[in-house]
Design a protein around this ligand. Sequence first.
Ligand code: OAD
Length: 243
Amino acid sequence: MTDDVARARELIDHATSVAVLTGAGISAESGIPTFRDALTGLWERFRPEELATPEAFEANPKLVWDWYAWRRAIVAKALPNAGHRAIAGLERQCHGRDVDFTLITQNVDGLHLAAGSHRVVELHGNIRRVKCFHRHHPVESWPEGDEVPTCPRCGSLLRPDVVWFGEALPPEALAAAVAAARTCDVFLCVGTSTVVEPAASLPFTALDAGARVIEVNPQPTPLTSGASVSLRGTAGAILPLLV
Ligand code: OAD
């Protein structure tokens, strides 16, 4: 076990309050493309910023609906990996030691819940959930077909229940995430490029509040220089060593 892993494990073992932030990197080993890796196949000519916006949906609802249907099909086949399972194990360990634990995710794939995590703050929504565009009526099922389905209650077009660029995050989710960042004494940041706000500020909020920050990422990020421990590697390989 390298010194850095041992140091990270010691910080976690002595924590009184733990917050975890995950990004697309933790789902990469489950076969779900990250955002800033090249989009594969059919969608390689589009950038998420061009599709994941209310304007893109209003301009071309079918293109955006089909992109999310493609992503939903990938997510439906994806299984949690060792990284997701390690975080679910960390939650159980913390509860066993009466240590506060909050998992905050930017991911919309639902894999943390599938891995057995309970307290999951979904900052950017969940692609498995669908709602209508104008009134946000939740919709449990919809007809498959060529047309973008409509809301049975108000007739508005359906859309995925995820946060698009330019949209506000769910206020209660953001408040819970900020509160956890402010009160934790260990903040574990996994698989995020730490560039998209407001999630990107959370580890820095934790640092400002005096927490120790542990980063797990195969690449350096803007957080690396400020982190107490930066573990260069994949979530699936490193997280099981920390729990
Ligand atoms: P990105 O695609 O921006 O970054 C993925 C990060 O994961 C990078 O830093 C990679 O180095 C790292 N990574 C790749 N493979 C990994 C692995 N096996 N284990 C650990 N880390 C790995 O994804 P996010 O940072 O999550 O927002 O992107 C943040 C937000 O930007 C997303 O939530 C989404 C996107 O636009 C919205 O859609 C609103």
